[in-house]
Design a protein around this ligand. Structure first.
Ligand SMILES: [Zn+2]
Length: 137
C-alpha cells in the first residue's frame, strides 16, 4: 500500500533533517497533502504512528499535523492559473467523486477557463510534502 511507503519516506526525510540540525527530539511534524494526491488519510496517519513506535526515542512524543494543500493548475498555452477547487465546483457530483479517486480524470474534464486549451499542468498541491519540523537540540 502506498500510504505506508509514503509514511516511511516522510519519516526518513524527517529523521535525516533532524540529524543535520542535530535535533535530539522531534516535537512536531507538519505534513501537507495535495488535493490531487491519492491517499487514504486514515491509513496514512495509522502508518505514521506505527512507524514512529518502532523508531524509539527521537520521535517518541511527536505531534503530527496534516494539512491539505490546495491544488493549482496552469495553462501551458496562455499561462493562466486557476484553482482545482474552483474547477471542482463546476463539475457535477459524479465527476467530482471520480476525481477524488482518480486525479487523472481531472485532465479529461478540464479546459483552461481562459483560452479553452486542454494543455495544462498541476503546479501545486500534488504529492506529499513536509511543511515544517520542530524539535530540540
Ligand atoms: Zn489558457
Amino acid at each position: 500500500m502506498h500510504e505506508w511507503a509514503l509514511a516511511e519516506s516522510i519519516l526518513s526525510t524527517v529523521l535525516e533533517a533532524a540529524e543535520k540540525e542535530k535535533l535530539k527530539t522531534i516535537a512536531e511534524i507538519k505534513i501537507g497533502i495535495g488535493e490531487l494526491q491519492q491517499i487514504e488519510q486514515d491509513i496514512f496517519e495509522f502508518a505514521l504512528n506505527e512507524i514512529i513506535k518502532s523508531h524509539g526515542k527521537k520521535l517518541k512524543n511527536v505531534k503530527i499535523s496534516i494539512e491539505t494543500e490546495e491544488s493549482t493548475l496552469k495553462c501551458k498555452i496562455c499561462e493562466h492559473t486557476w484553482k482545482f477547487s474552483d474547477m471542482k465546483k463546476k463539475l457535477n457530483e459524479d465527476e467530482s467523486e471520480a476525481i477524488h479517486f482518480i486525479p487523472e480524470v481531472a485532465f479529461v474534464h478540464t479546459r483552461c477557463p481562459k483560452c479553452g486549451s486542454p494543455d495544462f499542468e498541476i503546479t501545486t498541491g500534488r504529492g506529499v510534502s513536509i511543511i515544517s519540523i520542530k524539535g530540540k537540540r
